[in-house]
Write a protein that binds this ligand. Sequence first.
Ligand code: SF4
Length: 222
Amino acid sequence: MTLAGALDALAATLRFHKDLGVEALPLEGDYLAGPAHALRRQEANLQGCRQCRLCEARNTVVFGSGNPEADLVVIGEGPGADEDAQGLPFVGRAGQLLTKMLASVQLSRDEIYITNAVLCRPPGNRNPEPDELASCAPFLAEKLATIQPKVILSLGSVATQALLRTREPIGKLRGRVHPYGAGVLIPTFHPAFLLRNPGQEYKRMAWEDLKLAKREYDRRRR
Ligand code: SF4
């Protein structure tokens, strides 16, 4: 059956129920309930996750925050101490810089969605190991399938390399648009790196990347 035929059949079935006086149907499922409901359900399902060793030292699974129907999703590496304590992504010093970077291209955190490649804090803020990234990857994929962003802004080498499945350094990956699913991925430096390396050249490159992401966002948003 074609999609149009299936929709006609569904409409006829719903009309049939309405004519019988049925006012509401107990329809359930993420697809029918919409992205906000689907994300809440995914977050609830992840509470207490023990699929990798990062569960051992974490306090909170930091799922993500923002607009469930965002056309732009920002993906960092993993939660730090502040994020682990508050249960929200990018709320520490790096998060404050990220907020400023986004504002510099007229993007607010309410308009977009922010998450990380791993959802539990690596001890001592070390990089997540490949097996930890692999354990958490299905949860990120599920989230992206729900939100269906047009543009992904990936922060730093760990998240970018994991998403693009490459070992190329961030310095070579940034500054261009990578096809990603039905949209595009634009890599840039992690704000924590920019805080550690306050050289003007890195800031200028990050600014160029943000302008590129904003251009793609304006061109592709729904
Ligand atoms: S990092 Fe991801 S896979 Fe590992 S325990 Fe946390 S939620 Fe589960």
